[in-house]
Ligand binder design. Structure first.
Ligand code: NAP
Length: 277
């Protein structure tokens, strides 16, 4: 049996176990997905121990994504290195490889559910924390011109500079939330990568800045229908909820681990049945 899992703290409410186990059931794989909560100072030992025990793959979540990216024992891919965070470890090769599938999660959700063409898009990312970094690098890597708006403007300008430095040919700019009205007027894509709207009926984006030419992804998935997505739908925009990003990051991890196409419909059903519950 292949063992996969998640390390983080806490991991009790993670939706990854049912999502991944639905994939194993659908494809008839002899595999299990389990959660681990190492102490905050034990992440290096946890990764080394997982490798020694023959664990096939691990997802990594808060607060360990940055710590794992910095481990010398992990060969982190270029995009995950640039983001500075790893959420997927693959133990199948001689060396442990690290990836950031939040990047692919956002890009695939925008393309597949939003119908967005990213290669020449103008994209606005709200937020410059962990999710904001992954989304900004992913969009720039896909060819979009990126504008990062954040409550703490200096984090946005730092992120934009890092994107331009690390991604060949990228165009990125950063600023405060007060830039949103102007930046959204001619934008094609908007992603909320802040925690605003999580379990509250708040939005970081003024409703009157939204328009029908936008594809809007909200990384927040609790609730699924955030105030931002309600405002965006009312403005005639195409909306993509945060569960699609969560699904596609999981599907991308599954593909890194198994080399097989992920059964996304089954994974999506499992995910949404837990989110709706
Ligand atoms: P994080 O690293 O803590 O970053 C939080 C971000 O939210 C920062 O940009 C912060 O701005 C901003 N923010 C927080 N409170 C704010 C407020 N009241 N007004 C304006 N901005 C505010 O968190 P994260 O890991 O990036 O996660 C952000 C959200 O994305 C969470 O809701 C998380 O669940 C979600 N997420 C979803 C997925 C998915 O697959 N759907 C994946 C990853 C994360 P400052 O820099 O000014 O503090």
């Amino acid at each position: 049996m292949d063992v996969y899992g998640l390390i983080g703290n806490p991991v009790g409410h993670s939706l990854s176990p049912p999502m991944h186990e639905a994939a194993y059931d659908t494809l008839g794989l002899d595999a299990r997905y389990v959660t681990f909560e190492p102490a905050e100072d034990a992440v290096a030992a946890a990764v080394e121990g997982a490798g020694a025990l023959g664990v096939a793959g691990l997802n990594v979540t808060v607060p360990f994504k940055q710590d794992v990216a910095a481990l010398p024992s992990v060969a982190t891919d270029d995009l995950a290195s640039a983001v500075g965070a790893v959420n997927t470890l693959d133990f199948s090769d001689a060396s442990v490889t690290g990836h950031n599938t939040d990047v692919e999660g956002a890009v695939r959700a925008l393309r597949e559910q939003g119908g967005a063409s990213l290669s020449s898009a103008t994209a606005v990312v709200v937020g410059a924390g962990g999710a904001g970094r992954a989304v900004a690098f992913g969009l720039a890597d896909a060819g979009a011109s990126v504008r990062v708006a954040n409550r703490t403007a200096s984090r946005a300008t730092d992120l934009a500079a890092a994107v331009e430095r690390e991604v060949d040919g990228a165009t990125a700019t950063g600023g405060g939330l007060d830039a949103l009205d102007e930046w959204l007027a001619d934008a094609d894509v908007l992603v909320n990568a802040t925690s605003v709207g999580m379990e509250t009926d708040e939005t970081p984006v003024p409703a009157n800045a939204l328009h029908e030419r936008l594809v809007v992804l909200d990384a927040v998935y609790a609730p699924l229908e955030t105030r931002l997505l309600r405002d965006a739908a009312a403005a005639g925009a195409t909306t993509v909820d945060g569960a699609w990003m969560l699904l596609h990051q999981g599907a991308a991890a599954f593909e890194h681990w198994t080399g097989e196409d992920a059964p996304v419909d089954a994974m999506n059903d499992a995910l949404r049945s837990h989110l709706d519950a």
